[in-house]
Design a protein around this ligand. Sequence first.
Ligand SMILES: [Zn+2]
Length: 290
Amino acid sequence: MARAQLSPMSKMQVGKCRVCGRIRELSREHVPPQAAFNKGLRRLYVGEQVLRNNSLPWKLDELKPTTYQNGIKFPTLCVQCNGDTANWYVKQFAYFITEARNSAIIAAEKKLLSPGASVPLCFREIHPLEVLKEVVTMFASVNHPDFFDRNSRLRDFVLNPLLMGLPAESYRIGAYIAEGKISKYNGVQSIFHLSTGSARTVSELTAPPLGFVLELNPDYSTHFPYWDITFFASSFHPGQAANISINVPVIENNTPFPLDHRSRLDVSLQAMRNSSSPFDSRGFGPPRNL
Ligand SMILES: [Zn+2]
C-alpha cells in the first residue's frame, strides 16, 4: 500500500513558480479562480491540435481534450504564491466577475448581448487594484515560467499588494465581455501585420463572462477595442473600493488565435477563400485585420 503512504505534498510536481521564479513544489492553480465560475466539467483543447484538425476551429468532435472534473487548473504556482495571491486578491476578483456576470445577464435578457454591441456594466464597491493584480497573476499562469523574469515589474506588482502603478509604455491591459462559452488561454505571442510591417505582442485570457488582453510595449495609436483597465493600477489605492459604471464591448472568440474576434461566418468565408477545395477548411486563419 505504498501509494496510500504518499503525502499529498509528495505527489506535487516540482518546477519554476510562475510568480516568484523559485524552483518549488507546484500547487494546482485554478485559472480563473474557482470562485469566478471556474467549476464543474471543463474540456481543454491545445491550439496546435485545433489547427491540425481538418475542420473549422469550433468543430472539435474528432479531438481528444484534456478533461477537468472541477474547473481548469494548472500546476504553475508554488504553495506560498498560490496561498498569498488567493488571500490578497481572489475574493475581490471573484466579486468583480460576479458583478460583471449580473450585468451581463440583465443585458442578455434585454437581447443586448451580441458581438459588436457595447453593454453597460455596473460594478458596486469593487476593489480595482486587487482585481488587476489577480488578472496579472492569471497571466503569469498562462505564460512561460520565465515570463516574470523578463517582466519584473509585473512580478513586483503581484508580490507586493501595496505596490501601485504599471508603466504605460510597457503594459496595457484590456477587458471585454466574452460572448459565448469558449475560454481561451494564449501565452504571449507576436502578431505581425504584413501590410504595415508593425507587430504587436499580446497575451489573451478569456473565461466568460469576461476576457482580458495584456499588450506588451503597446503602441497607443493602434486600435485597442477593449475596456482599458490599466488605470486600475494607478488610480486606486490598496483596499480602496469604487463604483464603476461603464459600457464594455461584447466580443466573440471562435479561433485559437489571440485578438481574433471574427464571426463564424467570416472565419468560414476566409477558410473557403484560402483553401484549394471547398471541403478543406484548414485555411481559416489567422486574421488579417489586427
Ligand atoms: Zn512562488
